[in-house]
Design a protein around this ligand. Structure first.
Ligand code: ADP
Ligand code: MG
Length: 249
């Protein structure tokens, strides 16, 4: 048996079947700016079970990215609580959150954000190196297996700049999955993809939720609705609709 000696917040949260992975209660976010305080999110209550494929929709400026950043711990709440498994994210230091995120959350951005000086495979090995997941000798084979799953294994030793937008987004998704996190958060991941690549990414995300993961996807593309188990709409930082067919576990 491998004993994980990492501090609790740096470990991968264990998953019970059909459990709630993330809980938000009364979550609010106020940005303090020189022009005054701005309430970007208010009174958000949300439960994210395993297998959920949640869409977050809403007009530009409605708070979607803010919500995504709170879920990933990239930003912190100004009120309310976010619980992830048995971990309360409130009050964690940036260092603790970084360690926690590395193991527990895959983050996919609209503009990929691959490191330009590393090859595609090296980009995917980076989170494994950073969190010291597995043996170093196993990391390249694992990166290659992920690239295989994403259909771009033949691009492994190229630099990101030599890939198409769709290939770069697949590489970014492979990187997000490097440490096998229970939660994937993607902010407009298909915003720059053609319709065929979009469908492939959506199929992949759906298959990840079938494996038990929870996927949260910010989107403004309403025609993707059929992929999701639940859709919440934000307006002025509040949830104004919450509709779903529920999770089939
Ligand atoms: P969306 O992703 O739905 O377009 P955001 O979450 O990015 O919305 O932004 C919600 C609101 O908060 C917007 O009015 C935006 O201008 C404001 N906002 C976002 N980030 C900051 C920040 N760092 N400082 C001040 N205001 C911000
Ligand atoms: Mg946004």
């Amino acid at each position: 048996m491998i004993v994980d000696t990492a501090p609790k917040s740096a470990r991968t949260v264990s998953r019970r079947s059909n459990s709630t992975l993330v809980t938000l209660r009364g979550v609010g976010k106020i940005y303090r700016t020189p022009a005054g305080d701005f309430t970007a999110l208010a009174d958000i209550d949300l439960d994210l079970p395993d297998h959920e494929f949640l869409a977050v929709i809403g007009k530009s400026g409605s708070g979607k990215t803010t919500l995504a950043n709170l879920l990933t711990g990239i930003d912190s709440v100004t009120s309310g609580k976010i619980r992830f498994g048995d971990i309360l994210l409130n009050g964690k230091s940036e260092e603790e959150l970084t360690a926690w995120r590395g193991r527990n959350v895959g983050v996919v951005f609209q503009f990929f954000q691959l490191l330009p000086t590393l090859t595609v495979a090296e980009n995917i090995m980076l989170p494994m190196d950073f969190c010291r997941v597995g043996r170093p000798a196993d990391r390249r084979p694992k990166a290659m297996a992920l690239l295989e799953r994403l259909g771009i294994a033949d691009q492994a030793d190229k630099l990101p700049v030599d890939l198409s937008g769709g290939q770069q987004q697949r590489a970014a998704i492979a990187r997000a999955l490097a440490n096998d996190p229970p939660l994937l958060v993607a902010d407009e991941p298909t915003g720059n993809l053609d319709s065929r690549t979009t469908a492939e990414v959506m199929d992949l995300f759906q298959s990840l939720t079938e494996d038990g993961r929870t996927v949260v996807m910010v989107t403004h593309e309403r025609d993707l609705g059929s992929y999701f188990t639940r859709t919440i709409e934000l307006a002025d930082g509040r949830i104004v609709s919450n509709t779903g067919r529920g999770v089939v576990a």
